[in-house]
Every structure is written in C-alpha cells, then in structure tokens.
Design a protein around this ligand. Structure first.
Ligand SMILES: NC(=O)C1=CN([C@@H]2O[C@H](COP(=O)(O)OP(=O)(O)OC[C@H]3O[C@@H](n4cnc5c(N)ncnc54)[C@H](OP(=O)(O)O)[C@@H]3O)[C@@H](O)[C@H]2O)[C@@H](O)CC1
Ligand SMILES: Nc1ncnc2c1ncn2[C@@H]1O[C@H](COP(=O)(O)OP(=O)(O)O)[C@@H](O)[C@H]1O
Length: 471
C-alpha cells in the first residue's frame, strides 16, 4: 500500500521537528539543515544508481530559489565526492545559500541556460517542489533538457503536489522525501517511478492520509476467502437487475462478473432475455433473500417510476451496487445509500453533480469525494486511474491500476457484477469497490490485449488464485 499526503500535512510534520517557519523569511527556528541533508543524501544515492558507473559522468542541476533547489545543490555536493562533474543552473540567479556554498566548495560550477546545452548524462530537476505552483516549464530549459534522463527532486517542477492535473516537467524518476505526495500516485506518467527517502517525518500524527494506492499483496490480504463453515447462503446471494431490450448483453456481462468473483448464488431478477442463462446454469430466476443487489447496468431509458420503485425497495433491503442508468440524481435523491456503492464513469459522475465532464476529469479525486458527501454513498469513479471515496472519510482509496485494454463497452458491467458479489460476502462498499476494481485491473494486466470483457471476467478466478497463493 502506498499512502500519499497533502502539502499541508508534510509542512506540519516538518514543523513538529523544526518549529513553525518565520512568515517573513520562511526559515524555521530549529532548521539546522539536517532534514535537507538527509533528503539530499537519499537523492544523491538514487542518482548514483541511475548513473552507474558514476565516476567521470556529468550531471546538470536545475536549481530554484527555495528548499527544493537546496536539496539539488546538496546532492550535487555529494555527487562531486564520487567524481561526478556537476554544473548548476540557478533559475533566479540565486539558490539556497548553504547548499550553493557546499557545491562550490566540492568543485561544482554554476552555468547559465546556454551552459545547459553542453553534453550531460542526467538532469536533476530541483526548480520547485511542494512549494511550486502548477505551470509549464520555461521553453529554454525544456529545450536544453531534450532527451536527457531527468530525476525530479520531491515532485517534478510545475506539477502541483496536491492535484491530479498534469503539468510541468516530465521525470524519469522522482525521489521524494518523508512521504508520497498526491501527484505521485495520480500522475505516474509525469513522475515516473517514485523512490521514497525516509527523513524522519511523523506523518501519521497529522491525521489520515489523503490517498491510499492498493497493491496486489494488499488485495490478497483483504480478500474474503470462504471458510470451511461457509455455505452458499453465508457466502452471499446477489440479486441482479441488469440489461434491457436495447442492452441485453449487460445482464450477461454483469452475471459473468459476479459469477467469476465468487458469489454464493445469483438471482437473475431483471427482464432481460433468460435464454442467456443456458450459459450460466447456476444462476436462478427464483425470487428470495439477497445479501446484495446490482441495479442499473444496461437499463437504458427505463421508466422512472419503475426504476425508482426498484431502487427504493432494494436499497431498503440490502447493500446495493448502482451502476450506469441508475445513476441519475432524480432516481438517487432521497434513497438511503449509506451502505451502497455507486459506480459512475466521469461522464456519469458529472451528470450526478451537475458539472461538466472536464471538471471531473481535471480533479477526479475531489469530484469523487464531493459525490460521496452529496449522495451519502460510496463512490467508485471508474477510468484509467480509479478513485473510491467514502462519505465522511478523508482518505480516498485507489484500487490497483490496470492497462487501458479494459477501456471498452461492457467492462463496467462486469466490474459492477464483481463488486456486487463482494458486497454480498459482507465486506463494506469501500472494500468491495477496491477489491472488484483491482481484480479486474490485475486480470487485465495478466492477459494484455483486446480481450472482450466477458472473456476477461472468465480469467478472474485464475488471477485470484495466483494472488491468494502468495498470501
Ligand atoms: N522544509 C524542509 O526542511 C525540507 C524540505 N525539503 C525540500 O523543500 C521543498 C520545499 O521547499 P520550499 O518550501 O522552499 O518550496 P520550493 O518547492 O523550493 O519552491 C518555492 C520557491 O519557488 C517559487 N515558485 C514556486 N512556483 C513557481 C513558479 N511556477 N514559477 C516561479 N517561481 C515559483 C516560490 O516563489 P513564490 O511562490 O514565493 O513567489 C518560492 O521562491 C520540498 O519539496 C523538498 O524538496 C527537503 O529538503 C526535506 C526537508
Ligand atoms: N484507461 C483505462 N485504463 C484501464 N481501465 C479503464 C480505462 N478506462 C476505463 N477503464 C475500465 O473500463 C471500464 C469502463 O466502464 P464503463 O465506461 O462504465 O463501461 P460500460 O458501462 O460500457 O461497461 C471500467 O471497468 C474501468 O475500470
């Protein structure tokens, strides 16, 4: 599990070690440079690994006016001890005083933008870190970097740490300090792999993290495996109302998702063509008790009164997964959704919130959180990176990300079925969303290529078996 923290939390954790910074100078009373040197040592070690062999190689430092530039300068001084040639470009003509003095003492040099065009093996981006504002890099600097590998200090410059929006320089590796920032998990294409250097911050004391990214081992550990004492009813019965004359396949897809995730029993309660059940002989048509329901996938333009009656009855009875055509404010308002899961994609979430899709796409984490509070329901916002927001909870969960092969019609229906099967086992809506979305993503990673969603769902059990074998 990777956890990410806001800039405010990082600053507060720093302040408990060094004291509150003076508002005029920005200098904290207890700042003797220890944290910066720890950070810089970790940064230099990472750069040495990238350069291997390092002796005789050349590194350019892009140095901003703040502490981020200080880290780069100190790292440059450490690199000099390993016989690395270091040239620093000071963006504003000045840089962290002690760091610059250390670099010059160690034999590093200062250069202008022209000097950055001289050949070098690696660029350290220390322009701006968590104090940086979002923005595009200076053209002259971007041109000078060209194709040279970039190691970003803390966060790539121009990428806002608390945001999901892409901007700024692109890094091949980001070395961060104390704890991951939100942008590391939401902008992997900008940050590259992220290496965490411990510098002694107690981030847990600042409250819950902003974001948690699940990994395969976490999914395995949390998976609700049936025990010897279980039977089909204790494992959970799922009632599914998916599909319509216009979208008959949605029922088949949702059933495939639920069956292959391990429901104890499935009741097909929709009005879709039952001939599809020939393929799924264990699915029953009999009405009866259910531990979870799935409604909305492939409903099309179902009559509002009928849809509302179904949702009211089901949400009053058991936890529900509400998907696709059930995700309309006029259907959802007034329902008790406290133990249910809504699974919108960005367009559906925009409709639920009455905003433009672009607004959801720009800050998906915030949009998911807002929707969770607005509807009092857990939200799984689907897409390339997915966000699970729980009403009243600060931390947003990010399921394991998967390849974009999954981005096709019908994948959402199988995912909804998978989440419903998990809800029926008794796990809460947040865990059902995280586990269902992660299983789909991990399976797609195991079977890359244009595999139709119902075929991908058939591989869920293999992926799960491999995951559980590791636990
Ligand atoms: N604190 C610690 O002990 C430790 C901190 N550590 C390191 O400190 C980093 C945070 O340092 P920081 O607070 O000095 O902020 P930093 O990211 O250097 O930027 C601030 C400067 O940039 C300027 N600026 C911003 N955006 C701009 C833009 N778009 N275009 C132009 N200018 C812009 C901004 O100007 P202003 O906004 O004030 O106008 C200000 O002058 C952190 O990421 C980590 O690397 C580690 O050493 C571990 C210990
Ligand atoms: N870029 C992407 N990378 C990986 N998975 C994606 C990407 N975009 C969408 N997905 C997945 O594809 C599915 C799309 O769901 P949705 O748009 O609701 O499809 P439908 O309603 O047609 O079934 C979701 O399961 C989501 O997780």
């Amino acid at each position: 599990m990777k956890t990410a923290w806001t800039v405010d939390q990082i600053r507060r954790a720093e302040a408990t070690i060094m004291g509150e910074p003076d508002p005029q100078t920005g200098v904290a009373p207890g700042d003797d440079g220890t944290l910066m040197r720890r950070a810089a040592a970790g940064l230099a070690a990472a750069v040495l690994r990238e350069l291997r062999p390092a002796s005789g190689r050349t590194v350019h430092l892009l140095v901003g006016p703040g502490n981020n530039g200080g880290d780069a300068l100190w790292a440059g001084a450490f690199l000099r001890r390993c016989n690395v040639r270091v040239r620093a470009h000071l963006l504003t003509g000045r840089g962290h005083e002690a760091g610059l003095a250390a670099l010059l003492r160690a034999g590093g040099t200062v250069t202008d933008v022209e000097g950055l065009h001289q050949p070098c093996d690696l660029v350290i981006d220390g322009l701006f870190g968590i104090g940086g504002r979002a923005g595009e890099p200076d053209r002259a600097i971007a041109e000078a970097i060209g194709d040279t590998p970039v190691v970003a200090v803390d966060v790539p410059s121009g990428l806002a740490s608390d945001s999901c929006a892409p901007s700024g320089l692109r890094a091949d590796l980001t070395v961060t300090f104390g704890g991951h920032k939100i942008a590391h998990l939401t902008q992997p294409d900008r940050c590259g792999p992220t290496e965490l250097v411990e510098i002694g911050l107690d981030l847990d004391a600042t409250g819950p993290p902003a974001l948690r990214q699940w990994e395969a081992a976490d999914v395995a550990a949390a998976w609700p495996v049936p025990t010897r004492h279980d039977h089909k009813y204790t494992r959970g019965v799922v009632g599914i109302d998916a599909g319509s004359a216009a979208y008959p396949g949605a029922a088949r897809l949702a059933l495939a998702g639920a069956l292959n995730t391990g429901a104890g029993m499935i009741r097909h309660l929709g009005d879709a063509d039952v001939s599809l059940l020939a393929e799924f002989p264990s699915v029953v048509l009999a009405e009866g008790r259910c531990q979870a329901f799935l409604a909305g996938s492939g409903w099309g333009d179902r009559d509002t009164r009928a849809a509302r009656a179904r949702l009211t009855e089901w949400t009053d009875t058991a936890p529900c997964v509400l998907d696709a055509d059930a995700l309309r404010p006029d259907l959802l308002d007034g329902l008790d959704l406290s133990d249910s899961l809504l699974t919108p994609h960005a367009g559906e979430l925009a409709r639920m919130l009455g905003v433009e899709r672009s607004e959801v796409e720009a800050e998906p984490m915030d949009a998911a959180r807002r929707a969770a509070d607005r509807f009092g329901a857990t939200i799984l916002l689907k897409g390339g990176l997915q966000y699970v927001a729980t009403p009243g909870e600060t931390t947003v969960q990010m399921p394991v990300p998967g390849p974009a092969w999954t981005a096709r019609a019908g994948s959402g229906d199988t995912l909804a079925g998978a989440c419903a099967a998990l809800l029926a086992t008794g796990v809460d809506a947040t865990l059902a969303a995280v586990l269902g979305a992660s299983l789909q993503a991990l399976t797609a990673a195991d079977h890359p290529g244009p595999r139709p969603p119902e075929r991908l769902a058939e591989r869920f059990p293999d992926t799960l078996a491999a995951l559980l074998a590791e636990r």
